[in-house]
Ligand binder design. Structure first.
Ligand SMILES: [Zn+2]
Length: 296
């Protein structure tokens, strides 16, 4: 296909639409988890603790209830991969129940009107003390075309960050088998921000004294300029090259981190850093997340 000189291609792959301020309680709850981290006894306490079970309820959203439209194998494989991604945390997920939910809503509908349709859906269908993974279908087209522009986008999923407002994560049917996206959304649920986060706590400034206060507030995830600068990534070396912060320092983000927006890098697995794992484990000790754990 040939585009005229006037055409623009806007790549808007906002595959995770997590906004950090929409639920309203993210900041307070993030403060809680950092205060919890400061508590000296916690790491010792957690080190002794065995894995804790986390029941999951999968909700398949479809317009027709005659046939379940997602194979059980797809769901079980996704949970198995999720457990591999979280293998260094204290959490181990298991499928407790699967429901088919009849709704005309598509994934893109949920984020309209500052996510109010999402909040209403969650209020109606969430179960108490259980994490739901809702799997939504997309509207038909990923691309919109006018006479001079093409704009394409696909949302893989989203989740509020450590919020008590909803008890779920949203996944697209298209991406439920994407290893990174499910781990990424679950990461948000347990308190992790994007590695390029700057709207909530300000941009990471390369200063080691501030690294737990700025950006994603995790010290072992280096400053990440974000997906706009993905053009600087060399995916063979798994490295962002020749792009500097305005203080002159080279950005060297983790390309293969679960909470970044980069594509899979050659022969590297996505992972969480020890600092991110600490956040997840500390979040799991807070009342707003303990309620999702199964100690039996
Ligand atoms: Zn995200």
């Amino acid at each position: 296909m040939c585009l005229t000189a006037f055409s623009q291609v806007l790549e808007t792959k906002n595959w995770c639409l997590s906004r950090c301020d929409l639920a309203g309680d993210e900041r307070t709850n993030t403060e809680l988890v950092h205060l919890q981290l400061e508590n000296d006894s916690i790491s010792k306490h957690l080190a002794k603790r065995k894995k804790i079970k986390v029941p999951l309820r999968v909700g398949i959203i479809q317009t027709d209830t005659i046939d379940v439209e997602i194979p059980e194998l797809t769901i079980r494989k996704a949970i198995s991969e999720l457990n591999k991604s979280f293998s260094k945390t204290n959490l181990v997920f298991y499928l407790k129940r699967t429901d088919v939910i009849y709704s005309e809503l598509k994934l893109e509908d949920l984020s309209e009107d500052l996510y109010r349709p999402y909040d209403a859906f969650s209020f109606k269908y969430d179960l108490p003390n259980t994490i739901s993974i809702y799997i939504f279908d997309h509207r038909k087209e990923f691309c919109e075309r006018t006479s001079t522009t093409i704009s394409c986008g696909r949302t893989g999923g989203f989740s509020y960050i450590l919020s008590d407002l909803t008890s779920n994560i949203i996944m697209s049917r298209f991406d439920i088998s994407d290893i990174k996206i499910l781990a990424h959304e679950m990461g948000h649920f347990w308190g992790l921000y994007h590695t390029f986060e700057e709207s909530q706590y300000g941009r990471d400034d390369f200063n080691n004294d501030n690294c737990d206060q700025l950006g994603d507030r995790v010290c072992d995830t280096p400053p990440d300029p974000g997906p706009l600068y993905e053009i600087y990534v060399n995916y063979s070396d798994c490295e962002l090259l020749n792009f500097k912060h305005n203080n002159g320092r080279d950005y060297k983000p983790l390309i293969e981190n679960n909470m970044s927006y980069y594509k899979p890098c050659y022969m590297r697995e996505y992972s969480f850093t020890p600092g991110q794992i600490e956040i997840v484990n500390a979040a799991a000790t807070l009342p707003l997340r303990i309620k999702y754990l199964d100690f039996n």
